[in-house]
Every structure is written in structure tokens, then in C-alpha cells.
Design a protein around this ligand. Sequence first.
Ligand code: CMC
Length: 428
Amino acid sequence: MADKKATLTLEGEAPIELDVLHGTLGENEIDIRTLGSKGLFTFDPGFTSTASCESKITYIDGDEGILLHRGFPIDQLALHSNYLEVCYILLNGEAPTQAQFDEFRTTVTRHTMIHEQINRLFMGFRRDSHPMAVMCGVTGALAAFYHDSLDVNIERHREIAAFRLLSKMPTVAAMCYKYSIGQPFVYPRNDLSYAGNFLNMMFSTPCEEYKVNPVLERAMDRILVLHADHEQNASTSTVRTAGSSGANPFACIAAGIASLWGPAHGGANEACLRMLEEISSVDHIPEFVKRAKDKNDSFRLMGFGHRVYKNYDPRATVMRETCHEVLNELGMKDDLLEVAMELEHIALNDPYFIERKLYPNVDFYSGIILKAMGIPSSMFTVIFAMARTVGWIAHWKEMHDDGIKIARPRQLYTGYDKREFSSQLNKK
Ligand code: CMC
């Protein structure tokens, strides 16, 4: 909605009137779309002050530490819902009735198997490949197996592709793990929950029945809920950008996975665990905190800080509780958790972190939980990608439903001015 105006005045030129938009919640946003036609562009590397789209899916108030999916607070969803219900909410906008949920769950559950030939595709990867590299490649390759749902202009095709991705991603994720440890792939089981089925595909073998522990199943489900969506972060923006050209959904999600892999984004939980292992003892914390504050040292405290949250990440609060639940259930007294708790305490009381509003984020705890469950750190970002797939799809679908415009940012060119070319080849 626009009911205010902003005026932009360039020295010596007539003022330009711009609409000021405001959504249901959040900041005022100046509509600069008309500037391009006047030969003016705005400069905002990293999009720190730019809204790239309109969206009804997720709202974050970083100063207050609020995260809402379709209006529902994340802590309520984490405690009183389950991942598939959250998926329904993200994709459809409303909480499902029991009948709607049953139908949704049945559709997801009945499409978890992947084309048998994909098994052979895995064999092309080295066993020691990072599972994210494999996941990225296999997800992109799904387009080669499911051509019948690739016309992004047909709503039904978009629907089918959405279900396929949501259903098959745990299967692909678990296969990445099984392949890396040389064990046979485990087929999905329709009698288990989304999280339970994933744990079974990760840990069961043909030699031994695996009983899904309900506490770990609940914890895994919660990890999935807490990572399901986070509005226009780097990977979601990547999915939207890739999709804006009309690219097929499997290619777009593969692009999202590639973006998520970076240590400043989804790779942070793996990096955080590595950091806790490197710190290894509470006695070493001051030395690492000192390094994190040193401008001449590139070291950062992994799992701290967030582009949007300048308050406690609401997901971290739930994750912290879940972390304790899991460690209690497994009867583990984890040294890393002790280091993590002390690090959290020291950082939260240090003026450097207080002034910069650097709080623990969701990745600070998720790595400890996953490690306690017996999941290797190389799989952490894979699980994040599996959870985030629904958010990526919801944004990709919203973009198509609203009508796409190809993403084409401008730049501030600081290279050479025009100059004459004279080849230097074959000159002595
Ligand atoms: N440790 C030490 N100092 C930090 C940290 C950190 N983790 N994060 C930010 N700072 C400092 C930074 O040096 C800068 O200081 P100064 O003002 O003196 O130059 C100030 O805080 C602002 O930092 P910034 O880089 O401008 O902040 P940003 O919004 O661009 O970066 C971030 C956000 C998440 C990339 C960054 O905080 C970071 O690298 N954190 C560690 C990685 C991490 O945990 N990432 C997971 C994010 S949550 C999961 C997800 O959504 O993907």
C-alpha cells in the first residue's frame, strides 16, 4: 500500500516524487522502480537496504527477534506443530484441517522414492565427495528424470514439481550419506513420519532393524521446522533469481543448495562445530574471543551474528532447549556443549558483541544436536537444505503465481574507460 511520498532531489535538477510502500508489518519502503527510466540507479551491494520482491510467506523483525510464517510465530510452530504441517502452511498460506493435512501427507509420503536409475548417477561421484556437492548435482539432475512437470507456466506442473521436491529430498539427502560411507541405499518407508523416515534411511542397514527413537525423531522434526524458511536470505534470493528466467524448479533448487553451502549461510553449523572442536576446552575460549575481535584476524565466531537479527534469534531459543533434551535422552555430557554454553555466556557479556548486537544464531546449537544424533558434520548443511527446500519452493511458487520479472540488477562500473585494443599476442 502507498499512502506517503518521498522526494528525491538531485542538485540542480527537478525533484522526483517516489511512492512510499508499506506492507502489513515492517519498515517503509521507497518505490524506486521509476528511477531507471530517468537514468538513475541505486547502489546497494549485498542488498542490505533493498526489498527485492513482495511476499506473504515469512516476516522477520530482526530487532525484536520475531519470526512469523504466514503470521504464525516460529516458537508456537516449533512446539505445537510438525514439519509437514508447517510445509502446508508455507505453501498454502493457511493451517490445514485434518482432512487437508491427511491428503497432503499422503501425497508427500507416496512420492518419496526416486527413479531407480538415479542410483547409478550416484556412482559417478567419488566416495569422498562432500555430500553437498553430490546433493547439488543430483538435485539438478532430477530435471532429467521428471520432464513431465517442467513447464513452469503450467500451474499443475509447478504443483507436481513442488510435491516431488518435498517428497524426494530426504531420500536424496540420505543417499548422499549412505554413498559417502559405502553402505547400500535404504528405500523410504511410508509408515514412518517425515523425520522418522529420514532417520531410518540414514541409519538402518539390511543387516539390522533400526528403531526410530521418538525423542530424536521429534528433535529432527524440530530442526526441520526451524530451518523451513527465512524470507529473502541468500539461498532463497538465489532460487528466486534463478527462477526469474523461467528455469526449471530442480535447477532452481540446485542453485539454492549451492548458495546455502557457503560458511556465512548454511555452512555455518558445520563451521561452528569445527570451531567448537578447535576451541576444545573452556580454558581456550578467551583466546578465540580475542581473535574474533581482532580486526587484523579474519576469524569470526561461527554461529554468532546475523544479517537481520540484531537480537536473540528466536529459533536459537527453541534449538537450545531441544539440544538439552537430546543430550539428556542420550545420556551424553558433551564437552562441546560445555564449551558452547561458556562461549555463549562470555560473548553475551562482552561489550564487543553487545555493541554489535551479535547473538547466537540457530546454527550455534543445531550442530551439537546433529552430532549427538550421530550425524557427521559434512551432512549438517545437507539437512539444512532438505529442510529449506519447502521455503525455496514456496518462494519460487509465489514468484510464479505473482508473475515473474527477470532479475537483472545494475552496477556501479569502476573499470577502465573506453580504450583502443591492440593485441599483445605474438609480440616480442
Ligand atoms: N564474530 C565476530 N565479529 C563479528 C561476527 C562474528 N561472528 N559477525 C559480525 N561481526 C562483526 C563484524 O566484524 C563487524 O564489526 P565492525 O562493525 O567492527 O566492522 C560487525 O560485527 C558487523 O558485521 P557484518 O559483517 O557487517 O554483518 P553482516 O550482517 O554482513 O554479517 C553474518 C552477518 C551472519 C554473515 C556474520 O555475522 C557472520 O559471518 N557470522 C558468522 C557466520 C554465521 O554464523 N552464519 C550463520 C548465519 S544464520 C544462518 C542463516 O540464516 O544462514
